[in-house]
Ligand binder design. Structure first.
Ligand code: SF4
Ligand code: ZN
Ligand code: ZN
Length: 316
């Protein structure tokens, strides 16, 4: 049935069926439909104002390159200024390729691109952290530093809005992981457009929040995008891959269930926002907002410094 189907918009041969809307798309109408959806998301959640300077976090993966391409098409002509940055965690054999891909993509669209390394920002690469850490998950440590890196970079580059390329699937998975871990404080972080902290004026937005992961993969494929294909050697998805597969099964049986869950997630996140904001205080070491006396970045760096000091004294 599908092979003979025609595009619901223009009547050309269809290549994709959106089960949740019942529409068939040819390649060019599909690309436009993704871009239109991003425009709607930006407007629905008031993500951008005229003339703002937007920092695009471009990792070199397919989603961030799609975000770069889409915002270049839809936000730039409406007065937004785009700047891109890649965070280099310092993972040998993995990140170098991604940085080069991000650089080339930005160059081809004439978007200024900056690279900021964990080593320069925090004194440690992820490779070094991997050797020094205890049982903690690499991704959660990497995430702690990456979130701080985004704040630092946004301030350095005098940015109004920071855009990350989280897609619908990423956002729902993270929400469920936080729920399953009883990590209620993090629920408001899932909001699609908000101030990450009260201390900084930059907003965080997720313009791809209503695009399915599989749609972004097809969008990249149709644009012949070259993206980082190698997986990070420290990646340990844990429960995330199980949640991904459960959500995909549900979506297959009940098209549109992911959108309905997104709406619930936004309501729950909005309702928990006020309750967690009261507990935010300044880190006694660095002054960044935190839920405890010492922020997670300072705690991590203290732990790493102590391990280094212990290792040095053992060697003596
Ligand atoms: Fe960092 Fe984990 Fe991503 Fe690797 S997979 S870059 S450790 S968050
Ligand atoms: Zn068409
Ligand atoms: Zn701190």
């Amino acid at each position: 049935m599908f092979l003979d189907a025609l595009c619901s918009r223009c009547g050309e041969k269809a290549i994709y069926f959106k089960a949740y809307s019942g529409e068939y798309f040819c390649a060019s109408c599909f690309g436009r439909s993704v871009e239109e959806k991003v425009v709607k998301t930006i407007s629905k959640y008031n993500m951008l104002k005229y003339g703002e300077r937007i920092l695009l976090m471009v990792s070199g993966g397919k989603d961030s390159l799609a975000m770069l391409r889409i915002l270049d098409k839809i936000a730039r002509p409406h007065g937004s200024e785009l700047v891109a940055a890649t965070i280099d965690e310092g993972i040998e054999g993995y990140r170098e390729d991604a940085v080069e891909i991000a650089q080339n993509a930005c160059l081809s669209l004439n978007v200024p691109h900056h690279v900021f390394g964990f080593k320069e920002l925090f004194g440690y690469t992820m490779d070094k952290i991997e050797k020094l850490k205890d049982e903690q998950s690499s991704c959660s440590l990497c995430g702690i530093l990456r979130r701080r890196a985004m704040d630092v970079v946004a301030q350095k580059l005098d940015i109004h809005v920071v855009a990350t390329a989280h897609n619908l699937d990423d956002i729902l998975q993270t929400f469920l992981i936080n729920l399953l871990n009883n990590d209620v404080k993090r629920l408001p972080w899932n909001l699609l457009a908000h101030n990450e902290t009260e201390r900084f004026s930059q907003r965080r937005i997720k313009p791809l929040a209503e695009i399915y992961e599989e749609e972004l993969a097809l969008y990249s494929f149709l644009n012949k995008e070259r993206f980082q294909g190698v997986s990070c050697p420290y990646m340990h998805e844990g429960i995330r891959s199980e949640i991904r597969s459960i959500l995909n099964t549900l979506e297959k049986k009940h098209p549109g269930v992911k959108y309905s869950m997104l709406k619930s997630m936004i309501e729950v996140s909005e309702n928990t926002k006020g309750t967690t904001a009261k507990e935010i205080q300044e880190c006694k070491q660095c002054g960044y907002p935190t839920f405890s006396n010492t922020c997670s970045v300072c705690s991590l760096l203290n732990q790493l410094n102590q391990t280094v000091a212990k290792n040095v004294s053992k060697e003596r």
